[in-house]
Ligand binder design. Structure first.
Ligand code: ZN
Length: 313
């Protein structure tokens, strides 16, 4: 857990890859690697566990190479192909999921850029917002990126193609219209925008935001209202199951579902899409959950289960 405001560094975000590259490059020493790998891996996992800070716990270690096992025949001089991602079977085959980590840890340093209005079809609205924080300063944008990365890991293990709209690898944004466009251009089969709410203490629980039927300018949600509700209901029930959280006690009449017509990310989507507000960062009890990596893993699992169910898997 961490409470500082520093954005996750790009280095820490890619911290897994040097280890994987190490194994890949030394293919000629595959037999040696087979012997050494468990030792090195154990050391590496230990390091991960003992440092355990910052964005590193955003993605549980992906122990891909040792699980796949180096080839016992050191015959090839070329680097072996990266271990194949699991191939989705049945209804999940060929499906794409776009995950949108709400806000950006850099937004608060770029208020003039994110305050610029963009066209959401039915209206004009700020490009993006800073999001909220816990009272101790854990940023919503940190939370959303962490859950999104965990969600990606779970979905990729099912063989799904996963696209994130950003990984705080840009200074700010994307704007809400671009976030919608990324889902549309990926022809996503499902899109989920991950958020946490920032309302007064005592308000607790999760809710899913579903697109209203709107038409205006580039916005026309007629075709996505039905499937988005299905997606949202599945995510909500699975999220409740895996996290033990209750539907929000402050809106949605206890259903955990809210329909809104004022969100550009929903209005401009042509693909089934929902937002999830995972809890209230300003409530101490909810904040204790939101700042727990273990709880965030359960949250990601619940969202993933809902998506997979929606896709028929
Ligand atoms: Zn938000």
């Amino acid at each position: 857990m961490r409470y500082d405001d520093s954005p996750p560094s790009p280095e820490s975000a890619s911290s897994v890859s040097p280890d994987r590259r190490w194994f890949t490059r030394r293919s000629g020493l595959a037999v040696g690697a087979a012997v050494l790998a468990p030792t090195l891996l154990a050391g590496w996992v230990l390091v991960q566990l003992t440092t355990g800070a910052g964005a590193d716990d955003a993605r549980p270690p992906r122990i891909v190479m040792p699980a796949a096992g180096p080839s016992p025949t050191p015959s090839s001089s070329a680097a072996p192909a990266a271990p194949a991602a699991p191939q989705a079977k049945g209804p999940l085959a060929g499906k794409t999921v776009v995950i949108d980590p709400g806000h950006n840890t850099g937004n608060f340093k770029h208020t003039s850029e994110i305050d610029k209005k963009v066209d959401i079809g039915t209206n004009r609205k700020e490009c993006d917002t800073t999001g909220t924080t816990t009272n101790a300063g854990y940023m919503e944008a940190e939370f959303t990126l962490d859950v999104s990365r965990r969600l990606r890991t779970v979905l990729e293990a099912k063989g799904l193609k996963v696209v994130l709209t950003h990984e705080a690898d840009r200074a700010w944004g994307p704007c809400i219209d671009e976030r919608a466009r990324i889902g549309n251009e990926a022809a996503a089969d499902a899109v989920v925008s991950v958020h946490a709410d920032g309302v007064s203490s005592g308000n607790r629980g999760y809710h899913i935001i579903l697109p209203a039927k709107v038409k205006g300018g580039a916005a026309d949600t007629a075709k996505i209202v039905g499937p988005s509700r299905d997606l949202g209901e599945r995510i909500g029930s699975n999220f409740a199951r895996t996290t033990g959280s209750a539907p929000a006690n402050y809106l949605g009449s206890g259903t955990g579902l809210v329909v809104r017509d004022d969100l550009g990310g929903l209005n401009l989507s042509t693909r089934p899409k929902v937002f999830i507000e995972c809890g209230n960062m300003r409530d101490a009890k909810d904040a204790a959950l939101l700042t727990s990596p273990e709880w965030r893993q359960k949250a990601a699992q619940g969202i993933a289960d809902g998506i997979v169910g929606f896709l028929g898997g």
